[in-house]
Design a protein around this ligand. Structure first.
Ligand code: KIV
Length: 635
């Protein structure tokens, strides 16, 4: 099965609705449309938002209009044909997604090859222009994952000719670059992204190299990447935000001459503010020799919470590739988030930013966010813009009153625009009499496309919940899907569990697990509480020393009969390492697991067994790879 996610037909690069400006008092005019100020098409959008147009945007959604406006949307713009160093439409902005590379560098976000492939398929549905699929030299797992993505997703050309570029990261050395090329070369549009630090502090303390040496390495390595046959080479001067401007112009000019096609400008430590970052891009655009022959890109980290603002400022100043991640995950405080950047351009691109647009289909945003959240175990904070659980929740009486009268009063984006179905509007209430058909339909409306086996699994879980709850909500269904579908390959499966706990004695747990060959194993243990004793019983069976780093339990709905979702993060004491892209250090992988159920101990054990399965999946694969490599070496 390709993916569990459906493919909404809506294609949302549609520019904003055009209506004449009129005040909210006129009842015939929907008062939260994006008022059209007929900006002149411009090949040079204004460097910064046009303040006088700012008041024009009262809502970004086409869904909230009453009466609906049907006839005034201009034809959706087509994505320009992909040419590495040029974009035929100066208003088109490429979206480069680095969830699978920088995002996976988030502590705890290890992804298996299968999970990476699922996410890459989903990113392709979303319409990202470039998928940075990983850092192939960091580990064999990453190499294999990037290669698998290049082979499958990098060749899945759609009817409009769209296929994402598949990119692999490499440091500026021949071994990394060759390894990246070996992984991405199977894609129809392969790209190598190579980087070296250019700030004084990095050159002195990390690289211990002079400016002249750094220029020479960058120049020769870009040339080397091109010499392998790669026609699409991106270069990043790491820590550009703190680099000397004149030095940047010089090194960037040199790599352009050596064959770089995209110049990415990272604010690696997230220190800049929007006006400063916009000026950095504008200065590079004005002063770098040969810059008109390449694409300028942004890569903004979120250490000051300014990554989205900086990215948008970069686009306004002339960057035409924006590097982002789903849910903003990434190193430390993360990266600019795809959903925030894309929806900002969608809301304001036409009026404030001189017509900037992307090829992203926002109707896939919510489901992609969910997938990344579940697979990485990186929980999305409830008040996260666009995709947080509260992004479309209205709690206060005044707001609820306004929403009932007109949704545009408190919502600038309709949830449906990003593919989030509001549960109380669907009209279907699922309960114990609901059948497979109703369940399937609701799951499809929520964006999940399940095969028959998955649907059957969910159906029986749903029945069990419905027996105990009058009404099964969308939140319950999402929790069940996460528990049933977003699971790693099964090595161990929880069969039965019995715990006793309370104040009269030690908690004890008996756990029955089934192994991959169908054999049953029973373990018993005491512990400080029911979860502790159950985890110890699991450890007695699985016999893999691990450290539990994080444990959290959340009730997905209100009430005593709520489903509880448990998330855990473990680190195997003997587990595999991966090479960190920036520091070159070996980093221990950590593994997340998720479980859901009405019994909190069962939910907790499922999450723990899920995390163990993920870790064991990595281990087994790595052993296979090690053996393959030994055979290749001895042959
Ligand atoms: O933050 C950074 O500098 C990077 C580069 C490799 C683009 O991740």
């Amino acid at each position: 099965m390709a993916s569990i996610f459906t493919n909404p037909k809506f294609y949302a690069t549609t520019p904003a609705t055009s209506i004449s400006a009129s005040g909210p008092s006129n009842p015939t005019i929907p008062h939260h449309s994006l008022l059209h100020f007929s900006p002149k098409p411009s090949s040079h959008p204004p460097p910064f938002p046009n303040a006088s147009a700012r008041k024009a945007a009262v809502s970004c959604s086409q869904q909230h209009q009453t009466p609906p406006i049907t006839a005034t949307y201009p034809t959706p713009k087509r994505r320009p044909e992909y040419i590495p160093n040029r974009i035929s439409d100066p208003s088109y902005v490429r979206i480069f997604d680095t969830t699978l590379r920088d995002g996976e560098q988030s502590p705890g976000a290890s992804l298996t090859s299968k999970e990476k492939l699922d996410i890459a398929r989903q990113l392709s549905k979303l319409g990202v222009d470039i998928i940075e699929a990983g850092f192939p030299a960091s580990s064999k797992d990453d190499f294999e994952a990037v290669k698998a993505i290049a082979k499958e997703v990098g060749n899945a050309v759609d009817k409009d000719g769209y296929v994402p570029v598949i990119c692999g990261l490499s440091r500026c050395n021949e071994k990394d670059i060759r390894t990246a090329w070996e992984a991405v070369k199977y894609a129809k549009r392969p790209r190598i992204h190579t980087f070296i630090a250019t700030s004084a502090i990095h050159m002195e303390y990390k690289l211990r190299k002079t400016k002249t040496e750094v220029i020479e390495i960058a120049r020769s390595m870009v040339k080397f990447a091109r010499s392998l046959g790669c026609e699409d080479v991106e270069f990043s001067p790491e820590d550009a935000g703190r680099s000397d401007r004149e030095f940047l112009y010089e090194i960037l000019g040199e790599v352009i001459r050596a064959g770089a096609t995209t110049l990415n400008i990272p604010d690696t430590v997230g220190i800049t503010v929007p006006s400063e970052f916009g000026k950095l891009i504008a200065d590079i655009k004005s002063n770098t020799p040969g810059i008109e022959n390449v694409i300028i890109s942004t890569h903004c980290q979120n250490d000051l919470g300014l990554s989205t603002a900086n990215t948008v400022a970069g686009a306004c100043a002339g960057a035409r590739q924006l590097e982002v991640t789903i849910n903003g995950i990434g190193e430390r405080a993360g990266n600019a988030s795809l959903e925030e950047v894309v929806m900002t351009l969608k809301c304001h691109g036409e009026v404030l930013f001189g017509g900037l647009y992307t090829g992203i289909n926002p109707r896939h945003i919510y489901i992609t966010s969910k997938m990344v959240e579940e697979y990485t175990g990186m929980h999305v904070q409830p008040h996260k813009a666009i995709v947080g659980a509260n992004a479309f929740a209205h709690e206060s009486g005044i707001h609820q009153d306004g929403m009932l009268k007109h949704k545009g009063t408190y919502e600038i984006i309709a949830p449906e625009d990003i593919g989030f179905e509001r549960s109380n509007e669907a009209g279907i209430v699922l309960g114990k009499l609901s059948g497979r058909h109703a369940l399937k339909k609701r799951l499809e409306e929520l964006g999940y496309e399940l095969d028959n086996e998955q649907l059957e699994g969910i159906f029986w879980r749903f029945k069990a919940v419905a027996d105990q709850k009058k009404r099964v909500t969308d939140a319950d269904l999402r929790a069940l899907v996460s528990d049933e579908v977003f699971q790693p390959a099964v090595v161990w499966k929880l069969q039965d569990l019995q715990v006793t706990c309370g104040t009269l004695g030690l908690s004890t747990a008996t756990v029955k697990l089934v192994d991959a060959n169908g054999r049953e194993h029973v373990g018993c243990s005491v512990g400080t509480g029911p979860v502790d004793s159950a985890y110890k019983a699991v450890d007695l069976i699985v016999k893999e020393p691990v450290t539990l780093l994080e444990y959290s339990l959340t009730a997905v709905t209100e009430g005593i009969d709520a489903i509880a979702t448990t998330r855990v993060l473990i680190r195997g004491d003997n587990s595999r390492t991966t090479t960190h892209a920036h520091t070159g250090e070996a980093v221990h992988r950590t593994f997340s697991g998720i479980g859901a159920g009405m019994d909190i101990v069962v939910s907790s054990v499922k999450a723990y067994v899920g995390a163990l399965n993920k870790m064991l999946g990595f281990k087994e694969k790595s052993q296979v790879n090690d053996a393959a490599e030994r055979t290749a070496i001895s042959a």
